[in-house]
Design a protein around this ligand. Sequence first.
Ligand code: NAD
Length: 500
Amino acid sequence: MSAELTHYIDGAHVKGGSGRFSDVMNPATGEVSGRTPLATKAELDDAVARAAEAQKGWGATNPQRRARVMMKFAQLINEHMDELAELVSKEHGKTLPDGRGDVQRGLEVVEVCMGAPHMLKGEYTNDGGPGIDLYSMRQPLGVVAGITPFNFPAMIPLWKMAPALVAGNAMILKPSERCPSTSLRLAELLKEAGLPDGVLQVVNGDKEVVDAILDNETVQAVGFVGSTPIAQYIYGRAANNGKRAQCFGGAKNHMIVMPDADMDKAADALVGAGFGAAGERCMAISVAVPVGEETAEALRERLVPRIEKLRVGPYTSEDEVDYGPVITAAAKERIEKLIGSGVDAGADLVVDGRGFKLQGYEDGFFVGPSYFDHVTPEMEIYKEEIFGPVLSQVRAGSYEEALKITMDNPYGNGCAIFTADGDTARDFAHRVNVGMVGINFPIPVPLSYHTFGGWKKSAFGDLNQYGPDAFRFYTKTKTVTSRWFSGIKEGGEFNFKAMD
Ligand code: NAD
């Protein structure tokens, strides 16, 4: 029997009223584990109206008190770490250590939000002119929305909700309909941490509810994370309706390997970054770009045994596993079809992960690891974000060619270089047109007090996620210029006596 999931409105679980549902799967077994209710426009509008009421008091609460809710929330997340990780793994399929990592990287943003009063302070200039002072304040936007993808069921909702809420906003969170349970549990923990009812509303749904969010006049800002076509669509519609929008999209992350790199370390890094979480990470490295034929051969020689050794299995496995299933049967089918297209296009499929079956889990959505060599930028496997356990190797003749390949790619989320040469590393970091860069570091997700965001087709809108940018995104600045005539002497000179 699959469980009927709920929305979370005004601090309580609420059954969906539309009669429409989307299945939540256990990707390891292929069984339906739950049904996500898909909200209607009317349900969304009602949740927004209630959030707007709740926001009035919350927005007027002093920032330190709001930060205290974040402190308690962080404590509760820590206490419930294993339970949250299991919820993530059950619906997503990732291994338990990876599930814990998902929660941990979200928790780190909550921890930064404990210091929000400092980030929300305004600026002050005294004596900007005779008797003139200026000050600015950061005010909450009101009701904002977060729309999140399936691949980080804890981390990305936390990246959205923590800065938005601590800045004094109310939030409508629309998690992925494939993995909604972690968001629902986080909403319960926030209530326990002291968040007033209605300030966080979890409204589940699909395109219908997303469009309702984009068209609702009360919603002031939309923070989206997902695939590029949807990011572009949401950005356009939100901006057209006068909303602030930041929409993060897909990726095709390259890693350049220079001839002077430590080849074993580069190969280890590529295997972890390419196949971890079954390649379902927006910061996964999906393209290796070795410079020179010798480097390409040396890398290939090291990659093959490492890739063939990868252990694939369910999160419940007693044996150690490196990665789990992909999210749906359709995702598995699409990935295997793309691998076939690579073979048809003439790429060299060195390790073939198609047709992978796991005893006892024959109906799970497992895909074995695949590794292509001699991929070229015209091939579909290069152009498409595969979002699966597939690594492509594109050989480059020189550093300049490797840099050009990386820069010509339409995506610009992350990239990396492995080298022993500081000049090359510095040149790469300065010239590459990608938002997050790793030097001898394969997945350069910045720490929670920096910011996260891609360039080119990987992000639409302005400002990054978390860190100082998040506080800017979720507040509007008001600047006051004031003049007090007692401070001005006739003739415009400053009257110091008036200060006595
Ligand atoms: P997705 O675009 O299918 O879905 C994301 C969200 O949009 C979900 O909440 C979904 O319900 C909603 N949605 C889907 N179709 C819609 C439509 N037609 N209209 C309106 N809303 C719609 O993405 P996904 O498959 O859940 O996640 C994987 C994608 O997310 C990958 O492309 C990955 O690279 C990307 N991603 C990007 C980042 C980043 O920070 N750049 C981080 C994580 C994931």
